[in-house]
Write a protein that binds this ligand. Structure first.
Ligand SMILES: [Zn+2]
Ligand SMILES: [Zn+2]
Length: 123
């Protein structure tokens, strides 16, 4: 694995906030000032295609990258856009049973207003 790829993988794995490619690029540049945007994008594609990280598609926003590979769901704040992990037990079994098809995967994103934003709205 190249130094650049190792760095990008470490950034995604160490970050629980589901970074966008642009945010990964900003963090990578702090540690490796010579890195170019295309290298970051190419490596994010490579890493997600090879199952080392997970690409999370967002409606109306850029894709996010997730270092947590175990199946889980996402909660997105409608106000600040923060993405958090959520794990609903046995949801894959439930989805397969209710849809009567054999699932090869699923993506589930739930929308809400996060506690911080809710607190701010009540101020
Ligand atoms: Zn929020
Ligand atoms: Zn996640």
């Amino acid at each position: 694995m190249t130094k650049q790829r190792e760095l990008i993988l470490a950034i995604v794995r160490d970050n629980p906030f589901h970074l966008t490619a642009e945010e990964v690029y900003d963090l990578a540049r702090q540690q490796m000032p010579t890195i170019v945007r295309a290298t970051v994008y190419n490596n994010l594609n490579y890493l997600s295609e090879n199952g080392l990280i997970r690409r999370v598609r967002m409606h109306g926003g850029p894709d996010r990258f997730d270092g947590v590979l175990e199946p889980h769901e996402h909660l997105v704040c409608d106000v600040c856009g923060k993405v958090s992990d959520l794990s609903i037990k046995d949801i894959e079994v439930l989805l397969a049973r209710e849809s009567h098809i054999k699932l090869t995967g699923y993506e589930l994103t739930l929308h809400y207003v996060c506690p911080e934003c809710r607190a701010r709205q009540h101020e």
